[in-house]
Design a binder for this molecule. Structure first.
Ligand code: PTJ
Length: 252
């Protein structure tokens, strides 16, 4: 892959990270990712570096609990922003298929052009129904001032579970107040999103989404008691503390 005219050698120790960065820049040039999305990605990279750029044992436990919750949910929705659409469009569509989840485009830096571009990206991966694209269906989440308050009446508004990533804390808290189960993928264990979600997956979306698909497939064979057992064995607060300790141990 080319980075500003340079070829990234196959054996470069940080090749994957540089390739992902290149993909995000490409999406920025297309208009899928905003400038602020580049900055958010950089913050994510810093935390990923501290996590050793791999899925930790704690993240895996959170992913397993999340897969069980999504299968048990009666109306799960995957909330898609520019960065997630850029890095995981294929996985979003596959996870939605396996779990019967709805896909909703929900942007912080909202524009009709970006919604259209992201819709096209998802359709290119065979997404069928996409929520958040029809203005006639828009409703607002109470007590929230950002653009993310605008949601689809039949999508996030009606959901009992929302899977989100690279999200701001205000909306995560607002969704939880609406009695929705919130699963967040966020590399920063200190973020308000990570702290207020019911399940916080401290991992990079590029690793977490394929693992969510793997476990959703596996768990779709389980009965509801087995799924509840997986969920009851998971403690988000303990898991978050352990993720933070993992980073601190690495620093020492
Ligand atoms: O596409 P839009 O308009 O909805 O805007 C999306 C951005 C990302 C710009 C917007 O949601 C934003 O400003 O996000 P924040 O508040 O900067 O939060 C981003 C969080 O995601 C930070 O905690 C980062 O550490 C984390 N993060 C960044 N990259 C990744 C990530 N988490 C998981 N995987 C990543 N690849």
């Amino acid at each position: 892959m080319m980075v500003q005219g340079l070829l990234i050698p196959k054996d470069h120790p940080r090749r994957v990270s540089l390739e992902i960065r290149e993909k995000v820049v490409e999406c920025y040039r297309k208009g899928i990712v905003v400038e602020e999305g580049l900055i958010a990605h950089g913050r994510g990279e810093a935390f990923d570096y501290l996590l050793g750029e791999k899925t930790t044992e704690m993240a895996l436990k959170a992913i397993q609990a999340a897969a069980a919750e999504i299968i048990l949910a009666s109306n799960p929705v995957i909330s898609v922003n520019g960065n997630l659409a850029c890095l995981c469009s294929d996985e979003i569509v596959r996870l939605a298929e396996i779990t019967n989840a709805k896909i909703e485009i929900n942007l912080f830096y909202r524009s009709k052009d970006r919604i259209k571009l992201i819709e096209e990206e998802l359709r290119s991966k065979n997404a069928k129904k996409i929520y958040g694209v029809d203005e006639n269906n828009y409703v607002t989440i109470p007590e929230l001032s950002s653009n993310r308050r605008i949601v689809d009446r039949e999508g996030i508004y009606a959901a009992d579970l929302v899977l989100l990533s690279l999200e701001d804390g205000d909306r995560t808290e607002a969704l939880a107040r609406m009695n929705k189960k919130v699963i967040a993928i966020d590399l920063n264990p200190l973020s308000r999103t990570a702290k207020s979600a019911h399940i916080s997956i401290i991992d990079n979306v590029i690793r977490a989404m394929p693992l969510l698909i793997k476990y959703a497939k596996e768990y779709s064979m389980l009965d509801s008691n087995e799924l509840k057992g997986i969920i009851n064995n998971f403690d988000n607060k303990l898991n978050l503390d352990e993720s933070l300790r993992y980073i601190l141990r690495g620093l020492r």
